[in-house]
Design a protein around this ligand. Sequence first.
Ligand code: GLN
Length: 503
Amino acid sequence: MANLDELSAAQIAAGVVAGAFSAVEVALASLDAIAAREGEVQALLEVSEELALAAAEATDAARAAGEKLGPLAGVPVAFKDNMQLIGTRTTCASRMLENYRSVFTATCVQRMLDAGATPIAKTNMDEFAFGSSTESSAFHPTHNPWDVTRVPGGSSGGSAAAVAAGEVSLALGSDTGGSIRQPASLCGVVGLKPTYGTVSRYGVVAFGSSLDQVGPFGRRVADVALAMNALTGAGRDPYDSTSQDCSVDHLTRLEDPIEGCRVGIVPALMEAPGLAPEVRAALDGACRVLEGQGARLVEVDLPNIASSIAAYYVIGPCEAFSNLARFDGTRYGYQEPGCADLATQTALSRAHGFGEEAKRRQLLGAYLLSSGVYDTYYLPAQKVRTLITADYVAAFERCDVLLMPDSPRTAWCFGEISDPTEMYAADMFTISSNIAGNGAISVPLGLGAVSGLPVSAQLQAPAFRDRRLLAFARALERGVDAGRGLGNGAPVAPAFAGRGGEL
Ligand code: GLN
C-alpha cells in the first residue's frame, strides 16, 4: 500500500472515487502521519479528528449511495488558524482569541469541504499573521520539516510545514505581504497567492484588507490548481465585496507549452544585496529550464519596487490597527478580569491579550494615522502604491510572466533574526504583488547547493492571469522533475517520508 505522502491530491480523490481506499482510511492515514511527525514539526494548533472522521464517513456514504463525489473527495486538508470552521477554535495564534470558537465557516473553507475535502486540522501561524517565521505564535513555534532546528517561514508557516511533512495533502494560508509564498519557499512546497479578489476572505480574520488574499499550498502544482478550482468554482462570494468571479478550470491550461513566451527578469532583484548565492544559482537554473522549453528571457524594470517595503510597512500597520480595534475585551477577545472601569479593561485586555509584534504593528498604525503624521507617511505610501502598480502594467507589456526570488535565503535557525526590521527587509521580493494585487506563486527548485535546504523561484503574472501562472509553474516543475535546474524535486522532506500515514 502507498503512503499518504506519495500520493497527489488528485490521486487520493481518484482512489476514493474508484474505491481503492475509503475516505475514512485516508483520514486515518493523515491522523497517523500527524501522530508520527507532529511531535517534531508542531505545525498544528488543533486536530479536528471528530470533524474529519464525520466528513470522511459522509464522503464514503455518498459513494455507497451512488452519488457523484467532488474533485477533492477524501483529500486531507488543513486550514490556517485565522479561518473560521464551525466546530474548531479560530485563535489567530493569539492569547487574545485563545478561547474563541468559530461561529460560522469561512467561504474558502466551506468551498474546500463542498468539493469533498476532509478537514483535518487548523495550522499554526505568526500571531494575527504578523511575521515571517511563525515564531510570534503565542502558543509554540513551528519547526521546518527539512531541519527542525530551523523556522518554516511565516506567517502561514504551519500550513506550509504540515504539507511539507506529509501530514495533509493541501492547506490554505493567507498572504498579505508574502505569507503564503515565503513559507512555501522555505518548506519546499508550492504556494499560490492568487490575484487579489480571486478567493473570498469572508470568515478569514482580516490583517490588511486591501492586501489580504487566501491561497492554497500543495506538494505539486496540479494539486494547487485542483484546490483553486474548489475555491473559485462557485463564482464570486457576495459576502466579500472585493470577490470576483474567477470560476475557470485551473487544470485546463496546466500543460500548455510555454514556447515563444517571454519571461521577464528584473536585474535589480536578481542582483539584490542579501540574495544568497545558492538562491541566485537556483534561479539561474530555473531560467535555463524555461529557456530549454522555448521561453525567451527579457530584462524588465520595476523602478519603484525598492520602495515597496516602506509603503507596505505603512499601509499594512494602518489597516491592521483599524482591523484589530475590535479586539477590545468587550466585543471580542480576552477580557482582563476585575477592572474598575471600561477604559482600564480595554487597555489591560489589549496589553495582556496581544503579543509583542502584534502590539508593535498596532502602535505603528495608530501613530501613522494620527493627525499631522498621516500626510507625511500614509499619503505618500498610497502614491508609491500607484507607482508600483503602474510599474507592473509597463513590465507586463514586455513579458508574460516575471521570474524573481521569493525569499533572499533558505530557512534560518530559531532566534537568528531578532531585529524586527531585519525580518521586514526580507519581504523585499513578495510585498510588491500584494501592493499591486497581481497573482504570484512560489515553485520549489529542489535543495540549495550550500545549505541543502529548499530553494524556490517566484513567478508573477498580470492580475487575473493565474492560470498562466500555474502553467509556467508546471513548466518549471517539469524541469525540476527531469533533474535540470538545481533540485532533486523530492516532494516530501526525507526525514519524515514514509513515517506514519500508511494507506
Ligand atoms: N512578513 C510580512 C509581515 O510580517 C507578511 C505577512 C503576511 O503576509 N501575512 O507583514
